[in-house]
Write a protein that binds this ligand. Structure first.
Ligand code: WT7
Length: 706
């Protein structure tokens, strides 16, 4: 976070930060400690800075290597670090094949369809092995996929998704899963960026009681990719119910194929796992940023897999005999690391659920937990808030017992934390608040569940082998306990880190290192702090409190939406001249989007234009980004240099003070917008609610351009 200076007002980090109250510690039970994977404080010592980078050998040794590496960390081409150099392995082998000797008939996944009358399906490690091999054979021999090729997946929460990821990994191909809720256009753009010739998708799926047509998006994706110069050769369509087609979209002759038909030719086929170098890319995960196009975060095979296996073991406390449920979407990095790769590498049983949290009622998750004997539960604050709102007393009605619960994705308010711990966790479970991001591959900040007490609202210290630091705008360290916030960085490289942004190495260096690297010639990693992009403060006990993104990103229900992406979408509406996206604080979804648009001369505001703007966002990005309101305003508040001042309209949308407007070129417009928006909002029954200190600061600082 910057220190904001402007004419007449200055808000420093100190002023922002001193309002927060320290919460008391809570401790794990002796019973939990007795069975924990990391009960011994010596683990901290093993991962101390003096043992870096060799400490990560402990994580890599959780894997089976075809060839052991000779160099743990190669820093010769900074900041493109290479881990476990010389090593070779296959990620699919490590997640599937190697478990056959000991647990072939143990469930790898228990998949729960959304319609509650449909039975859960268990997929044993043996069955997973069979299905992954057959699909790998099909991808290789029917679709021509080879090691190094990119394959885009646009799959919902069905077993076919992890199966497709593992089949790619088996071949050494790079998968790029696009969240199923994203539009065909978003998928097509990512296909073009990664140069994928093959798309794996599904005809439809169930969400919130509705059967959704998903195949239609594939046609749009292929058209968009083609527009951007990438010819998609094959679209492989799984059917949600084999043999019955759920979509209205036609199948394109010679391009689209039903997997359940084609796979008949590959029954029982085995594919030798391709031995890949540790530093070969395993997958791409696209994520939003401040400027323009989403970035394809490229993750490695050896370093990434070692990191997620190690953190799953110590922080999720996964044992093979546990029943672990991460209630998140695999289309998100959380699902890649902590539904698919980490848990499977450790050989545990994972629950996968297709649908919405409160369908058909807010007792659903707890019924699933009770029926399947889930003992580790992992989800995001947005889901927790929704379940708390819809069914605050539901958990007590079910007889499940969690030993550990995880929260991930955004800061969790202490109030919500307490409901999670007390009501969902029945005071028995340890809560681990895990702070990290798409780019980091795995956890960066969290408490070791048996060793470090919980503190609501704080993620905890840096995790094993991660040495964070908070710097001010000038690069000076902000001390723990100073009550001041700054930009949180990771001082050292780590194995789970993204290797680069796909196809844009300069943007990688620019985005994560330009701010704090003072000697770009240095080959010493100490000179390359990694900028996480979050504001944070550290308490005297070393625990971090994360304050949210420092760039213009709106976090809706855990999805990072770039303001630029949203605005670009709305600008596809012909009548629209300018667009600005702002966040509105929302009880359950964290933030929702509101759009402000001004029109080209000759057009006047209409419902039709508002609807077109909403439709454009849905089409270009997806339903998740659909704005709550679109305000057609006479003009945008602008600085003298012509930049839209988003914090002013963000203030209006959140019923808060618009702050200093003396630097505006057109201050008179603010009152007009306020009157219009307040009148409309009260007509729609949207009432103001007091914001917390932290929310107020976010709104005040949003999209700050001056
Ligand atoms: C941003 C990353 C973590 C993987 C899923 C989201 C915020 C994430 C926490 C947490 C406070 C958190 C940060 C981060 N965030 N976890 N436990 N406490 N904030 O990945 O979409 O890349 O978003 O989510 O602001 O930078 P992502």
């Amino acid at each position: 976070m910057a220190i904001y200076e402007e004419a007449g007002a200055s808000v420093t980090e100190a002023q922002i930060a001193v309002h927060w109250r320290e919460e008391d510690y809570l401790y794990p039970s002796p019973r939990f400690i007795g069975q924990a994977n990391a009960p011994d404080p010596a683990v901290r010592e093993r991962f101390s800075e003096e043992h870096f980078p060799e400490c990560f050998r402990e994580y890599a040794d959780l894997l089976d290597w075809d060839t052991y590496w000779h160099t743990t960390l190669d820093t010769s081409n900074p900041p493109f670090w290479d881990w476990f150099v010389g090593g070779r392995l296959n990620a699919c082998y490590n997640c599937v094949d190697r478990h056959l000797a000991t647990r072939a008939n143990q469930a790898a996944f228990i998949w729960v369809p959304e319609p509650e009358a449909d039975p859960a399906q268990s997929i044993t490690y043996r069955e997973l092995y069979r299905r992954v091999n057959e699909l790998a054979a099909l991808l290789r021999d029917f679709a021509g996929v080879q090691a190094g090729d990119r394959v885009t997946l646009h799959l919902p929460m069905v077993p076919e998704l992890p199966i497709a990821m593992l089949a790619c990994a088996r071949l050494g191909a790079v998968h790029s899963e696009v969240f199923a809720g994203f539009s065909g256009t978003a998928c097509g753009g990512r296909m073009a960026d990664s140069g994928s010739r093959v798309l794996v998708t599904m005809d439809g799926y169930y969400r919130d009681g509705k059967a959704l047509d998903h195949k239609a998006k594939a046609d749009e994706a292929v058209a968009v990719a083609k527009d951007q110069g990438t010819e998609v050769e094959k679209v492989l369509v799984f059917r949600r119910h084999a043999g019955q087609y759920m979509s209205k979209a036609p199948m394109a002759e010679g391009r689209d194929y039903f997997v359940d038909d084609v796979i008949a030719g590959y029954r029982g086929k085995l594919v030798e796992p391709v031995s890949m170098p540790a530093e070969a890319p395993l997958f791409l995960m696209y994520t939003s940023g401040t400027t323009g196009k989403p970035k394809g975060a490229q993750h490695s095979t050896g370093g990434y897999l070692a990191y997620v296996a190690g953190t799953s073991k110590f922080y999720l406390d996964i044992h093979p005999e546990d029943t672990y449920w991460c209630f998140a979407d695999i289309g998100w990095i959380t699902g890649h690391s902590y539904i698919v790769y980490g848990p499977l590498a450790l050989g545990t049983t994972s629950v996968m659920y297709e649908g919405a949290p409160a369908y058909p009622d807010p007792g659903r998750p707890w019924r699933i937990a009770e029926r399947l004997g889930v003992n580790i539960f992992h989800t995001a604050p947005t889901t927790i808030r929704m379940l708390r709102k819809a069914g605050p007393d539901e958990p007590a009605k079910y007889g499940y017992h969690f030993k550990l619960m995880v929260t991930v994705g955004e800061p969790i308010e202490p109030e919500v934390w307490r409901w999670y711990h007390g009501t969902v966790g029945k005071r028995e479970a340890v809560v681990v608040d895990t702070w990290w991001m798409t780019e980091t591959g795995g956890f960066m900040g969290a408490t070791l569940p048996a060793l470090e007490p919980m503190k609501p609202g704080s993620c905890g210290p840096g995790v094993l082998g991660i040495y964070p630091a908070i710097y001010d705008e000038e690069g000076k360290p902000v001390e723990a306990g100073s009550g001041r916030a700054g930009n949180i960085c990771i001082r050292n490289p780590w194995p789970g880190q993204l290797q680069t942004i796909w196809g844009q190495p300069e943007r990688f260096v620019q985005t994560y290192y330009a701010k704090y690297c003072h000697d770009t010639q240095s080959k010493d990693w100490h000179d390359w702090p990694f900028l996480c992009g979050d504001g944070a403060m550290q308490a005297i006990d070393g625990y971090y409190r994360i304050l949210g993104r420092i760039d213009d990103v709106i976090n809706v229900a855990g999805h990072r939406l770039g303001t630029k992406e949203l605005e670009s979408a709305v600008l596809t509406v012909p009548e629209v001249a300018e667009a600005a996206a702002v966040p509105v604080v929302d009880e359950t979804r964290g933030r929702v989007v509101e759009m402000y648009v001004s029109l080209k001369p000759g057009y006047s505001p209409s419902q039709e234009i508002e609807d077109k703007a909403k439709a454009a966002i849905e089409r270009e990005i997806g339903k998740v980004a659909r704005p709550r309101n679109v305000w057609v305003v006479p003009d945008m508040p602008k600085t003298r240099s012509g930049k839209i001042m988003r914090r002013v309209i963000a203030g209006i949308s959140n019923f808060t003070d618009v702050g200093d407007i003396t630097t505006l070129a057109n201050p008179e417009v603010v009152e007009a917008i306020r009157r219009q928006v307040y009148a409309e909002k009260s007509a729609r029954g949207e009432a103001p609610r007091p914001l917390t200190e932290q929310e107020l600061e976010e709104i005040k600082a949003f999209g700050r351009t001056e």
